[in-house]
Design a protein around this ligand. Structure first.
Ligand code: FE2
Ligand code: FE2
Length: 193
């Protein structure tokens, strides 16, 4: 493949950056495929549960789909533990960062904080504070985060649940990741024309 000539960004030409932009656009269009490939790897993630992390994510997304949730919420449920492999100590933030440009502020916030809210269900068994989520009790998205964890996370470890496949969610992932629309201030500055 043709490459640009520069070895320092400061030496690049407008023509070279136009060429790189073209390649980047193609790369962006392949994001849904990369997301699905990353999810597939969760088949071999945390062990000890009755089901794999992939199956947990599929179960969460399937429950969201069957409850009539929006595409954004279904995809949030599908991706919420995507960070387990590489962001082992900050998995909620990683999933939230991936979703940020494609979902509402509320869904972004819920995914970003689901790890703390989820502690309500288990932290008291391992020396933690199950009520750590209380620090957010006046936040406008508190109830949404409680509901997400209750309906699409803590209850999604059932080996007998008939989850849909990753392939089933492909068109929904493609729809949600087709159009970035919700940037934070720093991203807005970067993408402003
Ligand atoms: Fe999680
Ligand atoms: Fe989870």
């Amino acid at each position: 493949m043709k490459t640009v000539d520069f070895i320092r960004m400061q030496d690049g030409t407008a023509e070279e950056y136009a060429y790189l932009d073209e390649l980047e656009d193609r790369y962006k269009a392949e994001l849904p495929d990369r997301i699905l490939a990353a999810l597939a790897k969760l088949e071999h993630s945390l062990s000890g549960y009755k089901i794999s992390r992939l199956e947990h994510c599929l179960q969460a997304a399937t429950r969201a789909h069957r409850a009539g949730e929006s595409d954004e919420m279904i995809v949030a449920a599908l991706l919420h533990d995507l960070g387990d492999e590489l962001a082992t100590y900050s998995h909620s933030e990683m999933a939230a960062a991936i979703l940020r440009p494609f979902v509402s502020d509320e869904i972004y916030w819920v995914v970003k904080h689901h790890g703390i809210f989820q502690m309500y269900y288990y932290a008291h068994h391992c020396g933690g504070n199950r009520n750590a989520r209380d620090q957010f009790k006046d936040h406008p998205y508190y109830d949404a985060a409680v509901r997400f964890c209750h309906e699409y996370d803590q209850n999604c470890f059932d080996p007998d649940y008939d989850s849909e496949s990753l392939e089933f969610f492909k068109p929904i992932v493609e729809r949600v990741f087709a159009r970035p629309h919700a940037f934070d201030a720093e991203q807005q500055a970067r993408y402003a024309a």
